[in-house]
Ligand binder design. Sequence first.
Ligand code: FE2
Length: 316
Amino acid sequence: MARIIAGVASSHVPAIGAAIDNKQTEEPYWKRVFSGFEKSKEWMANAKPDVAIVVYNDHASAFSVEIVPTFALGCAAEFPPADEGWGPRPVPVVQGHPELAAHIAQSVILDEFDLTIVNKMEVDHGLTVPMNLLFGSPKQWPCPVIPLAVNVVLYPPPTAHRCYMLGKAIRRAVESYPQDLRVVIFGTGGMSHQISGPRAGLINSKFDKAFLDNLTKDPKKLTRIPHLEFMREAGAEGIEMVMWLIMRGALDDDIEEIYRFYTVPASNTAVGHIILENKRGAAKGKKSAAGKKPVAGKHKRAAARANHRNVRRGKR
Ligand SMILES: [Fe+2]
């Protein structure tokens, strides 16, 4: 059985990718940022996931404003880096996992979360920058990746609660996949930032740090944050943080915070990063407790749906 062993959240500031590509990582300004991910790379090298699900947003690279899917799951065999205006980033082509992606699509859609299935897609800095921060700059990425693109660029983005519940549906999907795979899920974007308008350059460290605290301890509190509060407190682009809640929803309620890093600024953005491990079955080769019995929530929900159908049909 496949299982999610951990979640990682990271900002995906495009200038971080440019600093890597232009070999500026040792410059004092950037060293401050990159030094915060050294332990994370070690952690990832030890975790050795079989697959990564990377929740990110496309920045008008794969999807123009003509078509803006709310949730788009990458089911292709590979995802080349996108040309974001100065040529594709010099990073490896991302290899997909079409079998697990198709399984997730089927499970999540039949679980009443409508995803857009994407069989051809280029991926931009939203996905490749966190990959660099956690995997370094290898010739080939060390594991297949399933991209999940979320609309946070055109109103209305999905709510924080919807994202959290999608994470739970993804977890049920992964745990119903028969092959024994260890999966890490990324939530990317944020933290507080605003790139245009009178409040350009806005950073709210107090909001960001409270968000990080609650991501570990009380994620349900974060699911009640409305869009306007994200925008008021964390800037127009701070809404990207709803994607972190997909990652958090895919984890157990009770998790262990392994590592956290926060620094300001990188470009004009607050950089936040956290690693959360499921306590059960995180170690390599350890069997997940959920593998021994069905996931209770699934049955409760199925029973509720059957009950709802019976009520509509006049039986109970
Ligand atoms: Fe972004």
